[in-house]
Design a protein around this ligand. Structure first.
Ligand code: SF4
Length: 347
């Protein structure tokens, strides 16, 4: 085991990528990078990380910012609950820890949006605490290196992987160890085409010996994808148009969208006019015309979006007072789901 770790460290020292959050011990910046990088590619995440550090140089600046501003900066990154949790956690650190990021692993783990992996990453990178960071890259790398056939998506199997990591980490620098293991998974032992010819631990790789590389890691659960039909109505009035803030417990909470009619299947012009009428108190008759349809893929949902347009000379009296009038200048300051932003920017 020692020789394997030695080779991984040697490879990491020569080949690691120079990433801004690796050149700091500042727990705020490390936490920020870890939250941004959950479910996000490094290239995209890096631009957001730099934008957040520029706008909020410390955790108090982030805590004191209005949530709408944070959501706007997060726009396009997806998984918006991360941005809401980022703000909640910053407020907790400001109020409960006087603006100093907690050092204790158990306290870090209690922050909103911080799970086992993120807490271990922060504790090791910022404070040298010996907690192995087990992310998807490390799961895959270990599954292959030791030819482990225990499914990685069954929580009971986490212990198998954690025990191996604990043993490998003993006597090593925790930050370098975690970084090196993740980097091996991200750069060498990649999902589809692992670079076994240049892998520093190929001589010890059990999956290579057993010819099971393509079968590792094992996953048993299938992700159920839900199909939804969203009809967005662009209602134009007096040079402006209407938007609505999403408030329910659903995707895109606290982001702005065009007034929405969700249906169980595609709607035609007659049915959309009837549905729209139910959103309006008065007798204003609106007959939207179909504009375009877009399929928008999220991890667990396929959104079949139809965009409809209608012009009115009378401001509609909406049943729901969260539908408000905006204009082509003001809407650019609102945090929007990427689907809506793309539509409005190309009008
Ligand atoms: Fe992964 Fe190939 Fe290295 Fe094995 S030899 S650890 S499969 S890259």
């Amino acid at each position: 085991m020692n020789q394997i770790v030695f080779e991984i460290f040697k490879w990491y020292r020569k080949n690691s990528r120079n990433l801004p959050w690796r050149n700091t011990r500042n727990p705020y910046k490390i936490w920020l990078s870890e939250i941004i990088l959950q479910q996000t590619q490094i290239i995209q995440g890096r631009a957001y990380y730099e934008k957040f550090v520029d706008n909020f140089p410390n955790i108090n600046a982030l805590a004191n910012a209005p949530e709408d501003r944070i959501m706007k900066l997060w726009q396009g990154l997806g998984y918006y609950s991360r941005a809401r949790n980022l703000h909640k956690a910053a407020i907790i650190v400001r109020d409960r820890f006087k603006g100093k990021f907690p050092e204790n692993h158990a306290e870090i783990l209690k922050l909103p949006g911080v799970g086992a992996y993120t807490a271990a990453a922060i504790a090791s990178f910022a404070y040298d605490a010996p907690y192995p960071a087990l992310d998807g890259n490390v799961f895959r790398f270990l599954s292959r290196l030791f030819d482990i056939d225990a499914p990685i998506d069954e929580s009971k199997n986490r212990t198998i992987f954690m025990n191996i990591l604990q043993e490998m980490m003993q006597g090593q620098d925790p930050a370098t160890f975690n970084n090196a293991m993740m980097e091996m998974g991200a750069m060498v032992c990649t999902p589809a085409r692992p670079d076994c010819a240049n892998c520093c631990v190929a001589a010890w790789c059990e999956a290579k010996k057993q010819n099971t590389i393509a079968l590792r890691p094992v996953k048993v659960k299938k992700v159920a994808v839900r199909r939804r039909y969203f009809n967005f109505i662009f209602i134009e009035y007096n040079g402006g148009f209407y938007v609505q803030k999403r408030t329910g417990k659903d995707i895109w909470k606290n982001l702005y969208q065009l007034p929405l009619i969700e249906s169980i299947g595609p709607l035609n012009e007659k049915s959309i006019a009837g549905e729209l009428q139910s959103l309006i108190k008065g007798k204003t008759l609106l007959k939207p015309v179909f504009d375009k349809s877009v399929r928008h893929q999220l991890t667990h949902q396929t959104i079949e979006a139809s965009f409809w347009k209608v012009h009115t000379d009378t401001p509609p009296d909406f049943q729901n007072d969260d539908i408000i009038l905006t204009n082509p200048v003001k809407f650019k300051k609102l945090a929007l789901p990427q689907l809506i932003a793309n539509y409005l920017l190309h009008l």
